[in-house]
Design a protein around this ligand. Structure first.
Ligand code: PLP
Ligand code: 3DJ
Length: 412
């Protein structure tokens, strides 16, 4: 059976295939970039229209109470919680990952006052280290020292100076998935806390924060949760760490009584204290609607589909002699794989541009990686087969050598 027929067969047996219809995907494109920006759920268009026209347009400021706008950060947080293995009361939806990292890193240093090191994995998405570097400038080297090491050196680097280990579960370049349970236990064994970045996990694979004993986590709403460009992020802090440290972005939405307008800050109890200012209601409502698509779905079913898609794609790459020059960076071992396949080639940028021009939307990561993101809610095996065919044609024809594919855009 050829790959297209095999894809058709797999699609017909896919228990999640009906979910694709919940998305407004363009007919003439194959979208494999949900690991950067999730596709548009139809229910989000409807919700945003209703929020703008009826809630904002007609009910105006009464909507903060009447439509529950004021509670959105907590209510949306509660909708995200089951997707990341968190019991109620520990997740709030607000701000961006970057901003939430600042709050949590400061909290971690406050919870471990005799330690100063934030240990990170070299090569993780840079904003995580950037936020730590900002904290270092603010607090000084005696209170905050950033230390980045390779994955293989993490175990040795965990010593009594480390306050917190900050790791991304799925590497944005390679798609490699780290062992959350094992690394969390290793950090705890040396008395450190652990903070996981779930940007490339939430909505694509099961995460068991409570069960793994994780202390803190962040993640974003615009990738596999499909909340739209710039959707609010989320933040998790385990119950046992609540009410001990005042997070530094102490804005009025995290105050115990915001509408008492006290001159002095008094933190709200629990996770609510991790809010800062007024939530972006339209973005929050878009994410809230998008999360409804996960209702009743087992995260394990998403994982099965994601692994089947990435596995099918990787097999196709391995079987095609035209793709021999593309190095597969993503682990073939399922437990170590996220929901993307990354291929390395010296002409990766031009190859990605050729694919996009042919209607297969992928992205490029400097200097030489083409990423194929597989969103289990809406990608099909046929998407993967079309992408394989297109990639094969691009490489066999050498189309990427054309000068017009070499222009670099501002956002890649
Ligand atoms: C792992 C990871 N962390 C953080 C970010 C950035 O998050 P934000 O833009 O919400 O601060 C991204 C992607 O943009 C990411 O892939
Ligand atoms: N957040 C992004 C943005 O504002 C513009 C373009 C891309 C992004 C991304 O999410 C990039 C993504 N974190 C990555 O894995 O590379």
């Amino acid at each position: 059976m050829n790959r297209r027929d095999e894809a058709t067969r797999l699609d017909s047996h896919d228990p999640l295939r009906a979910m694709r219809d919940a998305f407004a995907l363009p007919q003439d494109r194959v979208y494999l970039d949900g690991n950067s920006l999730g596709a548009l759920p139809r229910c989000v268009s409807e919700r945003v229209r209703a929020v703008v026209d009826q809630q904002w347009g007609r009910d105006l400021i009464t909507s903060w109470n009447v439509h529950g706008w004021v509670n959105l950060p907590l209510s949306v947080g509660e909708k995200i919680a089951p997707l990341i293995g968190a019991a109620p009361g520990q997740v709030v939806c607000c701000d961006s990952i970057s901003v939430n990292l600042f709050k949590l890193l400061a909290t971690a240093l406050g919870l471990r006052p005799s330690r100063r090191v934030v240990l990170t994995c070299a090569g993780d998405f840079p904003t995580d280290a950037y936020m730590g570097q900002g904290l270092h400038s603010l607090l000084g080297a005696e209170r905050c020292e950033m230390r980045a090491v390779g994955v293989g050196e993490l175990a040795d680097a965990l010593d009594e100076t480390v306050a917190v280990l900050m790791m991304t579960e799925v590497d944005f370049r390679s798609g490699r998935r780290h062992d959350m349970r094992e690394l969390t236990a290793a950090a705890h064994a040396c008395g450190a806390l652990v903070l996981w970045d779930l940007a490339h996990s939430a909505g694509a694979l099961p995460v068991d924060l409570d069960d793994c004993g994780v202390d803190m986590a962040v993640g974003c709403g615009y990738k596999f949760l499909n909340g739209g460009p710039g959707a609010p992020a989320f933040l998790y802090l385990a119950q046992r760490h609540h009410n001990q440290v005042t997070q530094p972005l102490s804005g009025w939405f995290g105050h115990a009584a915001p509408f008492a307008f006290d001159p002095d800050y008094r933190a709200a109890p629990g996770i609510s204290a991790y809010q800062a200012g007024t939530p972006g209601v339209i973005g929050m409502q878009a994410l809230d609607a998008a999360l409804d698509l996960f209702t009743g779905l087992e995260p394990a079913s998403l994982r099965r589909k994601s692994l089947a898609l990435t596995g099918f794609f990787m097999e196709g790459v391995a079987a095609d002699p035209a793709l021999a020059a593309m190095e597969v960076l993503t682990p073939t071992e399922e437990a170590r794989r996220g929901s993307q396949v990354s291929l390395r080639h010296p002409e990766a940028h031009a190859i990605a541009q050729c694919l996009i021009a042919a209607g297969v939307i992928v992205d490029f990561r400097d200097p030489d990686i083409v990423r194929f993101g597989f969103a289990p809610l809406y990608n099909s095996f046929t998407d993967a087969a079309i992408a394989l065919q297109c990639l094969s044609t691009v490489l066999s024809a050498g189309a990427y050598a054309n000068e017009r594919y070499r222009q670099r855009a501002q956002v890649t």
